[in-house]
Design a protein around this ligand. Sequence first.
Ligand SMILES: C[S@@+](CC[C@H](N)C(=O)[O-])C[C@H]1O[C@@H](n2cnc3c(N)ncnc32)[C@H](O)[C@@H]1O
Length: 266
Amino acid sequence: MSASDRLFAQPLAEIAGFRFDQRVAAVFPDMIRRSVPGYETIVAMTATLAERYAQPGTRCYDLGCSLGASTLALRSGLGGRDCTIVAADNAPAMIDRCREMLAADRSSAPIELHCADIRSLAIDKASLVVLNFTLQFVPPAERGALIRRIRAGLVPGGVLVLSEKIAFADAALDQLMTDLSEDRPALAGRVGAKTFFTELHALTNQGYFADPIYGGNKGYAGWHMVGFPGAFGYFTDTVDAHNRPYRQPPMGIGHQPGTSDFNWER
Ligand SMILES: C[S@@+](CC[C@H](N)C(=O)[O-])C[C@H]1O[C@@H](n2cnc3c(N)ncnc32)[C@H](O)[C@@H]1O
């Protein structure tokens, strides 16, 4: 467990630029959890995405890995697949601590840890590249070039996972989100942040993973993402086909029998 982050609790006489130094490394898990609403969910989703998209014989990259939270999520999602994880950060204090965190992990997928600037790191044979809250630290004028290099380093079917904090164009909505994330009473003082975000999280999951007849999960995107074949009721065409992998695209409750071809792996 990391120390509590009190680095900016007191007024400072002089404001220096933010640095990922030893003081930050010592409190980083607490700092990022409090400054990024939903951080734990995003790290957990990184494991789910690795499970789905990491391809054997390729590399998975965690760019701006800090203490390795997303790196470890990637590793857990690989489930023994033959992939190498490349984790990079240009802050020596973060890399030192990351090395300790990775050493304490039991699973065996190989991890190459680099103290390096991601703007010049070679990206090659990548099936999954994770940029969790790192792009914001790359100067705006250099972001396009980095994204293009990542694109060039992806294998067919490879994906980039990009997570960032965003600002809303609507100032009132932006203020509401800020109030909620800072746990100020919001929504006319009646609903606090915890209640709001718990509900938002549940509704987002439902929107992503419920049957499309309820209005979300457009084109079965959520089901495709996790490999769920759907909950339709017509198995008569398939019930006798034993010992063959089921490769049917997702179909929901509203699916009309006979409107989709079966795709058996032969
Ligand atoms: C907010 S943290 C990222 C959190 C981390 N991805 C996670 O999931 O916990 C940003 C990290 O990016 C690193 N960073 C910023 N600019 C970088 C660059 N040009 N090259 C490599 N690392 C960089 C910082 O040192 C810092 O550790």
